[in-house]
Design a binder for this molecule. Sequence first.
Ligand SMILES: [Fe+2]
Length: 426
Amino acid sequence: MSDSTRMVLHAFAALADLGEEIAETSDFEEMVRSALHVVLGTMGIRRGAVAEFDRGTGVLRFVASRGFGDTHPAEVNLPRKSREGANGNGNGDGSAPYAHALQDYALVEHEIHERFHEAGVEVVTPLVVRGELVGVILLGGKASGVAFTQEDRELARALGRHVGVGLHNHRLLREVERRAEENQKLYETMKGSYKDTVRAFAAAIDCKDKYTQGHSERVGKYSEIIAREMGWGDEEVEAIAIGGYLHDVGKLVVDRDIINAPYRIDAKQSSELNRHPAAGYEILRPIQHPFADIPLMARYHHERPDGRGYPEGLKDEEIPPGAKIVSLADSFDAMTTDRPYRRRRTFDEVVADFRRNSGKQFSPQVVVALCRALLKEARGETRPRQMMRLLGRDYVPEHTLPALEQLIADLESGAHLTTAQASGPA
Ligand SMILES: [Fe+2]
């Protein structure tokens, strides 16, 4: 095997490897520079450049260049008029698969010679992949000083096919990335309008109950904070916030007089009111939510670990985790806001209620998470202090923090089950 044949074979192997790397690497330009280096070295050529051609925009962009100095522009815009002329009519019927490529190439070659003749471009090699011109390699100045032969041109074309595949793959990769980005944006927009709709819904729910303005939004926020404290992921935290906003959506079908009754409602009214979790589920079920379990959070937010909740009397692990969180957030907001027939509870009373009802009405792990989040905010360890903003700055007094800490420790060790106190209103 002659030296020149060995060199060409080596060049093909090197370019084949580069082809793979070009498709994978993020440092695309470095790879193209290497490819150019291989081509120039194999063929004994002093000057060369690789340019990418974008048929859509008519831009020829130089990706790598060697031996031409810094004189050439980074991009060449091909005149639209000549592009239209080159594309001609009837090229899109598939009858001549390389028709586009040939016409594009003729145009590019013409422009290159016009602009780069003085710089010493002698050969313009098309890089064609699947009937599309994806770029060109410009060559000039053989080291031997002789003119380019037909053989040289054919070798350049053969090597160029490898480089072309690299460019093509890179372009496909960019296209996939661009579309993924577009889809992501679209998804974000849809999620944004979904959230706006949910907030509007929450406001509509709260409007029906004149005593609980802003309740749904606060339940959404508390739920979000608890879930985050429990280590839930971003998506799940977003979901639980929505679940919180919508937990009482079923109240839309309950008689307004029952919801707003300024007195204790009777058994019949109570059973009417207690329809709202199941009704909420039915309202939310047909909606395509971006998150799972939203309807279940509405359905089970009045269930209790001791099985004394409604509508199904589920116990402990039967209750979806999201519903447990929304349930506590709901009760916490009810305890900490004024109603026409009662003042809100003091924080001491809330802590006592948590101690008494953990494991009965509330999941102890969820109570721990809420207490931890409260403790962190009260100590100024987290910014922003979202709960303190909702509760009022002075709602959690300094002197209650040891009791809060003790409650967390007892809940975590299970000690609350034996030390439950009966202080505070039920
Ligand atoms: Fe409710």
